[in-house]
Design a protein around this ligand. Structure first.
Ligand SMILES: [Zn+2]
Length: 83
């Protein structure tokens, strides 16, 4: 089940001042068009459907859990592939 929530990108306005095709970490850009632009995240609706909640299946491993090479459930973590 998902519910509509206010779009975090445009704050519910459906419009953004930054061209949607410009990456968020680009601080300066030039464009031949002027804003505001329709929000890409919500399609100009101002809201998005929240994803269904992720089932919580247990404790989230932290760095400390890996220090002894074991996962929280006692299984041995792989050491041949640190990623
Ligand atoms: Zn939006």
């Amino acid at each position: 089940m998902s519910t509509p929530i206010q779009c975090p990108i445009c704050a519910g306005t459906g419009l953004v001042s930054r061209p949607p095709w410009i990456a968020g970490d680009i601080e300066s850009y030039t464009t031949s068009t002027t804003g505001p632009y329709p929000c890409n995240a919500c399609g100009g609706q101002g809201y998005i459907m929240s994803p269904p909640p992720i089932p919580f299946i247990g404790k989230i491993p932290t760095a400390a859990d890996y220090n002894d090479g074991r996962l929280p459930d006692g299984t041995q973590a792989r050491k041949d592939n640190p990623k």
